[in-house]
Design a protein around this ligand. Sequence first.
Ligand code: COA
Ligand code: AMP
Length: 633
Amino acid sequence: MVTNSYRDSYRRSVEQPEEFWLEAAQKISWTSPPGRALDASRAPLYSWFPDGALNTCYNALDRHVAEGRGGQDALIHDSAMLGTQQRYTYAELTDLVARFAGVLRSHGVGKGDRVVIYMPMIPEAAIAMLATARLGAVHSVVFGGFAPKELAARIRDAAPAAVVTASGGIEPSRRIEYLPAVAEALGLAGAPDIPVLVKARAGFVSAAADHAGWLDWDTAMDSAEPVAPVAVQATDPLYILYTSGTTGAPKGVVRDNGGHAVALRWTMENIYDIGPGDVMWTASDVGWVVGHSYIVYGPLLAGATTVMYEGKPVGTPDAGAFWRVVQDHRVNVLFTAPTALRAIRKADPEASLLRNYDVSSLRTLFAAGERLDTDTFHWASRVLGVPVVDHWWQTETGWAICANPRGLEPLPIKAGSPTVPMPGFRLQVLDGGGGEVEPGIEGNIVLGLPLPPGTLTTLWGNDERFISSYLQAFDGCYATGDSGYRDEDGYLFVMGRTDDIINVAGHRLSTGAMEQVIGQHPAVAECAVIGLADPLKGQRPSGYVVLKSGVDIPEDVLAKDLVALVRRDIGAVADFKHVTVVDALPKTRSGKILRKTMRQIADGDEYTVPSTIEDPGVIDQLIGALRGGTDAG
Ligand code: COA
Ligand code: AMP
């Protein structure tokens, strides 16, 4: 029996997953409909809809044209940087995507091949993703704020058949030339001959013509033959998205075609309450999972209109930018990161700029990427007068683990909580020994296996790392790496990470990766990077460095060097600007740096010093340093 209550849906999803997910699968157009939902034959590696076949791009585009919505807007691009707006109907977008798929095919891209996409927030980024999917190939989008070394690491791991890029991205303070970065990355990856397609943008210095064998997007499109969607198995990969792990090597999260389409389609209706003709604007970047799921695939799978925004919440030109976009495009659902709301609030505390715009189309504001702090929640609720909904998820899960299912059954909103688990997520809060904790007690948030459709199936080419990173710490469970607690009503409160990942302005970064970069400096003997509380960005990285003996370097000179190194090797987006030289780092007897204790001291929180500490005196020496430091920003 189908019901529209959260509780029944959740129960059915865990007690009768076959029935629940096969029913959800009916919303997708299959070339071969699935006869079964879950394949557990390779547990703990699970897959969904093993006998189904489909094309994701067909479901996102052609299908809506076939159903009579060809004239409806599919994608609206709004650039606050350039002051331009461009609209693409479903028919137009389908044609562009089919032709760009023809371009990719003529350069050797076929089913299963990888395509690395390194693009700013322009429509061609979405076109390249969808064209890759149309061919049954696998895209890997790399965020434009990452430096060449990070791009190279992803090219090396994904071994793409082609790279798609653009002349550059526009930041408020500067234009970023992409082509030198791509050339450097290809060199570093030892893959200089991969075909590179370049979307030219006005105002940039370098062009495809400067590089032997690189091709101009527009020229290639002039003679392109449209390509029909290629059916793939539901279990075939749609994309790889690299995300920060606790080491310097990024993890290649693999998303399948079938589970992804079914799950996202379900979320559009049941979480976001968005259907055909509605307008969703996700103010993120296609380089992040939020952009994959809710700038590109989710809204298009639902036959809605998606808004793609090139700009910032403030300064482009002011803190009214978001309200202007909502008004101009009659946005029904806005999804953004709390840091963007904090930036707007800082610039315009009473949201007085809201009065200049008609935002009456807005039904709901969704937030994710980091915890929605209660102050920001109350502020946004008050100034906008619409429900403000926090929801918690990760690159790995691809959609919300916990949310308030506004379309299914709006549940009471509690400040500070992303509400309750979504279907198929068997959420538990466990202590270190794997025992379930009582409500109100903080512990490790884990998810019982199997995870629902749309979540990661493995790490690219590395089942062992998938298992060791996520599936071994708690028997039969996926470890989210987050800690938190549930209240008596079953609402979750996510409190922070249990590992060395930090979240800076909604960007997930590895402190381990920063430590590796800092460790290259000739003056540095060892270092620790921790994420300190930041009122705007949630967290900011702060580096603590022990010098090699005999080295004499002024702290400000070293700080400048290290900041430049992190910008060069990871990217400006790491926002690494704070360095402190210390005599020693606190460690356990087995050599593990006590980052959590350091963070607690620096943030002025109550701190606990583990009994396994090697030299308790180090903590006393550090207290002053942890509350000071040299800002090279
Ligand atoms: N390409 C190149 N560089 C980029 C970039 C990109 N796509 N995105 C950011 N950067 C650079 C910025 O130019 C800046 O460089 P700078 O140090 O030389 O000035 C640096 O990375 C940090 O940028 P950012 O994180 O945007 O910080 P900011 O101080 O410029 O702006 C906010 C603060 C809050 C306005 C901004 O962080 C923001 O809009 N956050 C929302 C993030 C978001 O939506 N995340 C998605 C999660 S779902
Ligand atoms: P990413 O993979 O970049 O989406 O980052 C995922 C991580 O961001 C999660 O594991 C959390 O630590 C954090 N995160 C994302 N959304 C939320 C949220 N709504 N509340 C708390 N933390 C969040």
